[in-house]
Design a protein around this ligand. Sequence first.
Ligand code: FA5
Length: 331
Amino acid sequence: MIEKIEKLKIKAENDLKSCVSDKDFEDWRVNYLGRKSELSDILKNIKNLDQEQKKVVGSLGNKTRIELEGKLKDTKNRISGTIGTSKSSEDYSLPSRHISMGKLHPVTLTLREIRKAFVSLGFQIAEGPEIELDKYNFDMLNIPEDHPARDMWDTMWIDEKINKNGEKMLLRTHTSPVQARIMENQDPPIRVIVPGKCYRYEATDSTHEWHFYQVEGLAVDKNLTFSDLKGTLYEFAKKMFGSETKIRFRCDYFPFVEPGVDMSIYWEGKWLEILGAGMVHPKVFEKAGYKDKNLSGFAFGMGPERIAMIKHNIDDIRLFYSNDLRFLEQF
Ligand code: FA5
């Protein structure tokens, strides 16, 4: 008898899933809970069972009836909420239903802030391909085939490796190749930033992802100096982190700039590195086809995830891309 009730309950629940109209619900109710239903029969005939069985079957039968009645009510409410066919949907005094709204991703918000800061400083915005030729990712940036600096970026090569012109292809390891593409197609003066995704074949940890954003910056003109680079990045830091922000430059090496630096900001008692930068290397100008010897320029590349981590006190970069709503809903 117990097994019979359990099977009946499973069947009733399954059938309830296909009910959509008021008629479906009424038929279901008559069939499973009505006076002539199997469950009512069982409960009616309980008197013929022995004392022990009476107790067990009676309690399970009644519990099942209550549960099925509850399920019927819930399902009816849910359906009327979605398709608005029942009377309750016409009751305008009911509180409105909560609609959950999507939000912008914290990295998108940070990218927007970075863009806004540089646009206000007179920079334009450009984009470049994520699948890149090794010519732009390395060669045009003064990183020849056998240069040890290529080890600095562990590269994900595209399977075919070679495009129809016989050139090797990869997922760009930084946004710097767009510098070369812009200079190839545009004469100075240039003031541009390039937000975009980068990929590196490296182990992840709390500050490293294998895919992340960068925002590249490039300015080319006559008589640009290292002071212009410092001034621009200082203004940017003040716009992003507040007017009292302290910044620090230290020497660093990138083959496409000379001199090269990294920039850190002072945040809650610590220096935190956010970007690499420097004055555009003469060889990069030469490769881009710029002949004017009076040209100079500066470039920089920053990590928006690292900036968002500093601003919002996030201690693990992997949270950005693990799709956990408990994290994402906080922004
Ligand atoms: C570069 O990628 C240079 N192209 C930057 C540059 C541009 C220098 C122009 C000079 C002139 P680097 O590997 O240090 O440099 O990366 C720059 C920034 O990207 C870092 O400061 C960091 O903020 C971010 N970044 C780098 N690797 C990762 C990673 N694995 N995960 C998250 N962010 C990263």
